[in-house]
Design a protein around this ligand. Structure first.
Ligand SMILES: [Zn+2]
Length: 326
C-alpha cells in the first residue's frame, strides 16, 4: 500500500509556499519533531492558537517508532484536528535527515509532502548525486526537498558527529545548481542534542557564525536556509529535570537572541526537537516525584502535552516570529 498515496489526500501541503512567505516576511517556520500522539496534539494546538504555519517532522527512526503505516494518518489527524478547531494553517509532513533515496521514496509514497536528504557526510560529489536523485523523484510528485552542506556536531536520533564542519560558502552555488534543492540546511555553529557546547563555569556559548550565513545568502539569493540543532535547551526544564531525579549536567543550547536574529534573515525553517523533549520530561518527572502513587498515563502525559503547548507558543511568538503568519 505504500508508493501510491498523495500528501494532498491527507490535507498536507509541501513547504514551498510557507518557506517563500517566511523568506519575504523575515520570520522562520517552526519544524517540530514528533513521535507520538501527545506531541502531535501539542504541536497542532500550539500552532493553531498562535496562527503559525508548521512543519511536522520525523526522522527515519521516529517513523519506525510511530509505525510507518500509522504515521501519515497521524499527520492527517493533525490536519483534521486543526480544521475542527476552525484553523486553516498550512501543515507539512517532513522527513528529517533522510539517509537514502530508498527511504525518501518510501516516505513520499506514504504521504510525506517534504523530504530532507542528508548527504552531508558524503564527499561533495556524492552528496550532489544522491540529493539530485531525490530532487528529481520528489519534484515529479510536487514534493519539496531540503539538502545539507556542512556537518553539525552532536547526537540526534541516527545522526551523530563528534565534530562540527562549518558550511563552506564557496560550495553552496554548485550544490544548489547541481541538485535543484528547494532549501538548504547549513552548519553555522548550531548542534544536535542537549549538550551543544562544552563550557567552563561562567563561560557563554560561542555566537553563531552569521558571517557564513551572510556569505551563503549572497551566493544563493532567495534560497530558504534551514537551521538544525536550534533548541535553546531552556534552563527551567533542565533545572526541573535535575531537581526531580534527572541527571542532565551542563546541558546548554542556542540563545533566543541568536535564533531571533537568524529567523530575521534568509533562515526560513528552524528545527526544534530537544526543547520539546525537555519540556515533556520535566513535566513528567515533576508529577512522578510529587505523586508517586500516580499510574494513569493521562495524568502525566496530559500535563506533559500542556507543557509542550506552552513551549511551542513561546517559540512561535517570541523566537521564530511565525505567530500570526497563517
Ligand atoms: Zn538535524
Amino acid at each position: 500500500m505504500t508508493g501510491t498515496r498523495n500528501y494532498q489526500d491527507l490535507g498536507l501541503v509541501n513547504s514551498r509556499e510557507m518557506l517563500k512567505k517566511a523568506f519575504e516576511g523575515k520570520y522562520a517556520v517552526p519544524a517540530y519533531n514528533f513521535n507520538n500522539m501527545e506531541q502531535l496534539q501539542a504541536i497542532t494546538i500550539g500552532c493553531v492558537e498562535t496562527k503559525s504555519p508548521v512543519i511536522l517532522q520525523c526522522s527515519g527512526s521516529a517513523r519506525k517508532y510511530a509505525n510507518a503505516t500509522m504515521l501519515p494518518f497521524m499527520a492527517m489527524g493533525a490536519v483534521k484536528m486543526a480544521r475542527a478547531l476552525g484553523s486553516s494553517i498550512p501543515i507539512s509532513l517532513h522527513l528529517d535527515h533522510g539517509g537514502s533515496f530508498e527511504l525518501a521514496k518510501s516516505c513520499i509514497g506514504s504521504g510525506f509532502s517534504s523530504i530532507m536528504i542528508d548527504g552531508s557526510h558524503h564527499p561533495f560529489e556524492e552528496n550532489v548525486k544522491v540529493t539530485r536523485q531525490v530532487v528529481e523523484y520528489a519534484h515529479a510528485r510536487n514534493v519539496t526537498v531540503e539538502g545539507e552542506l556542512g556537518v553539525l556536531a552532536g547526537i540526534e536520533d541516527e545522526v551523530t558527529s563528534a565534530v562540527s564542519h562549518y558550511t563552506k560558502p564557496e560550495e553552496v552555488e554548485a550544490f544548489v545548481n547541481g541538485t535543484g534543492v528547494d532549501s538548504l540546511a547549513i552548519s553555522i555553529g548550531t548542534s544536535h542534542g542537549a549538550y551543544k557546547f562544552k563550557l567552563k563555569p561562567g563561560e557563554e556559548p560561542p555566537p553563531l557564525r552569521f558571517d557564513i550565513l551572510e556569505e551563503v545568502e549572497k551566493r544563493v539569493p532567495g534560497l530558504p536556509i534551514v537551521l538544525h540543532g536550534a533548541s535553546t535547551i531552556i534552563p527551567e526544564y533542565v533545572e526541573a529535570i535535575n531537581q526531580f531525579g534527572g541527571k542532565l549536567d551542563d546541558a546548554v543550547g542556542i540563545s533566543d537572541e541568536q535564533l531571533r536574529k537568524a529567523a530575521n534573515s534568509a533562515v526560513c525553517k528552524i528545527n526544534i526537537d530537544s526543547d520539546g523533549r525537555l519540556a515533556m520530561t520535566a513535566a513528567i518527572r515533576k508529577i512522578f516525584a510529587e505523586n508517586p502513587e500516580e499510574f494513569d498515563p493521562r495524568k502525566y502525559l496530559g500535563p506533559a502535552r500542556d507543557a509542550l503547548v506552552e513551549m511551542i507558543r513561546q517559540k512561535n511568538e517570541e523566537v521564530l516570529a511565525s505567530a500570526g503568519k497563517a
